[in-house]
Design a protein around this ligand. Sequence first.
Ligand SMILES: Cc1ncc(COP(=O)(O)O)c(C=O)c1O
Length: 413
Amino acid sequence: MAIGEAGPGSVRDGSQPRKRLEETMRARLGRECVYVPSCRFGLYAALRHWCPPGGRVLMSPVNDDVIFFVVLAAGLRPVQAPLNPSDASIDVDAVPEDVWGSLSAVLTTNLYGNPDPAPGLRARCDASGIPLFEDAAHAIGSEVGGRPVGAWGDASVFSLSKHVGAKAGGVLAVADPGLREALEKACDDLLLPRRTTAELAYAVRPYAEAAVRGLRLRRAAWATMRLLGLMEREEIRMPLRPDELARAVASAPDLDAHDPWVRVDMHDYRLRAGRFRLGRIGRRLDRLDDVLAACRSGTELLLSTRWGHPADGQPRAAVQPLFRVPLLVADRDAAARAVARHGIVVGYLYDPPLDDYAGAAFTDPSPSPEGARWFARHALPVDPLRARSVIAALEESGVGPAEVPEGLGPTGG
Ligand SMILES: Cc1ncc(COP(=O)(O)O)c(C=O)c1O
């Protein structure tokens, strides 16, 4: 199969598989959908469409730093929200009134697939006349208030790298079908041309990864990635490089200037996709319901353990097919080492919270940061598809559950 360039509008350029992907997501969500090369790219396009530069966006401090840099790239000031310590959802009632009055948008995270309180946030945004954006990267199968996550916002963005497992791709869904064309055009203007080398690397990546696993060459592969400059995180958070970042922020909105931060973990995030890539993503999306069913049963199992229920005594709502299950453990780093000894790498850690990471030069801090700090320190995000192995590893190491300190309960919302 040819992987390289093709003229625009031809069958070979991927317009047919792209349309099929958009149609699949439209059927799931009941909303118009635009295919984008990544969630971060779709979010940037949405922020640029709705929010004039200089605005302020309420967001979760327990989030991928890449999303923080997308907000900065769009010329917006991140405002960190207070969080419910049991699942890191936004604590709507703890957001001070003067903060509500200062906002130009709200962005949810739906961390690991646990929904933010979208109905309450929708009502607050409507009352303030500001848009709600949903980052549904982790939450493609989750529901809240009787609707899928992603069906509450003016715009919502999905990552097909996560549950779908395609390691590329995303979807921008819009509430107003009349905006589809304008957003498609806005995305088109921001995309960079397809590169044959990038398509080829995408095509062979699963085979290379399987070979590395088969030959037990993980350590050597990581060292090579580091040598090639493809490993940009030594720690959980990428290096902030505040002086360079301040220069980039001064030129925002400007995606190019923020590229060194926004591209981390995915250098193809704004490349036009080829037919091969779109075809593989489409085939994986077709299998999504099976993946979600397996995630739901793994989630159920993990939540039934002593680390699954936070010590706040609050009953859980219906089990969501979580992307990761945040087990709440007394010593997160020891727990991560225990599962690493069984060959399982814990990813998607977001510690410290973004306000502690970036400081007041780049973000408004949360008015009550304790819930976010506690969750970030104690949450061990476990892949529900590896539930049994992780439970065995934690049992063997005697990992204890975390206890929510007195006074750190949610205020509701
Ligand atoms: C919460 C969250 N949102 C968005 C993204 C970005 O998704 P993508 O890699 O598709 O841009 C990530 C990446 O891990 C994420 O964790």
